[in-house]
Design a protein around this ligand. Sequence first.
Ligand SMILES: NC(=O)c1ccc[n+]([C@@H]2O[C@H](COP(=O)([O-])OP(=O)(O)OC[C@H]3O[C@@H](n4cnc5c(N)ncnc54)[C@H](O)[C@@H]3O)[C@@H](O)[C@H]2O)c1
Length: 320
Amino acid sequence: MNSVLILGAAGFIGSNIAELFYNSGYNVIAVDGCLDKTGGDKTHLNEIINKITFIDKRIENIVELPEIIGSVDIIIDCMAWTSHHSAISNPIYDLELNAKSHLHLLLQIPDNCKAKIFYLASRGQYGNPNTDVIDEETPMIPEDIQGINKLAAESYYRVYSKLKNIDVVSLRIPNCYGKNQPTSGSDIGLIGSFIKDALDGKAIKVFGDGRKRNIIYVDDLISDILILSKKEIKGFNPFNVRGIDVTIRELAEEIVSIIGKGSVIKEEMPDIIKAIDTGNTEYSDVKLNQYIGGRSITDFTTSLEKTINYFKEKFYAMEM
Ligand SMILES: NC(=O)c1ccc[n+]([C@@H]2O[C@H](COP(=O)([O-])OP(=O)(O)OC[C@H]3O[C@@H](n4cnc5c(N)ncnc54)[C@H](O)[C@@H]3O)[C@@H](O)[C@H]2O)c1
């Protein structure tokens, strides 16, 4: 049986990956320190926790990490802190979780390691480039602290793939949504806060006009990862992972329409949002499509309905 090591496995995306790989017949070794301010929550793994190996520690505290790395076929690094706004006031914590932890992992990986390694990178690394289309060759000039540290981590992977002769896939992911995403707290992301406002019957504030986002449903992302894990990979391979293009207003209106509560109002864009905005440039996934031979993307309304149902279940459970 093939083995996969998932780091950050109790978080939003990591827990979905753990479930998919377990259900696809893999032996899953899941690591997560459930760190402060992150989306880490052991209950995300409830359905599989007794059927996998779960190590409830920060990777920095796992002495047997080199042996574990030596025993697996695939390593998926989902460790992070994803609060873009909070990272501006706490850049040192961002540096620790979004750069240092990944360097620590890389230093434990032996030369010529046989495992295929996946790093979950970010669309934010490109910042707001002055081009019509963002492809993998577009220069990366991050506009915020998190983009800087995500790019640093990806750069460590790129350089160590040559120094250690290891095979690495870096997936540059846009805003992701779906089951196990954070539903409470002060910084739950664009889609989470829109859903929460609408469920509370509040007005969703949309800043500015015509601002677009590319957003990806978590089921589509993890299915790409499973397909890629079976492909031949050599050296360092970055891929843009594209989801659905929407304007922020369309997104808010669709959420209000599905929930049947709340409203959408336009507001002046705050300076802090203006300063880190990543713009409307089209995000290209031509390279990934060519590599895996056609990707499947869940219909926008269906994916939002499923995500909203997840929020409702969480809120219902909190009220019980
Ligand atoms: N969620 C998104 O919209 C999005 C968008 C683009 C990229 N990404 C990337 O995808 C990856 C996963 O994001 P997510 O939304 O699942 O985040 P998350 O906060 O839900 O999960 C991250 C997990 O990593 C764990 N972790 C962090 N540092 C660790 C360490 N040193 N040792 C052990 N565990 C550690 C945390 O405890 C947490 O459970 C990240 O690399 C993130 O940057 C996410």
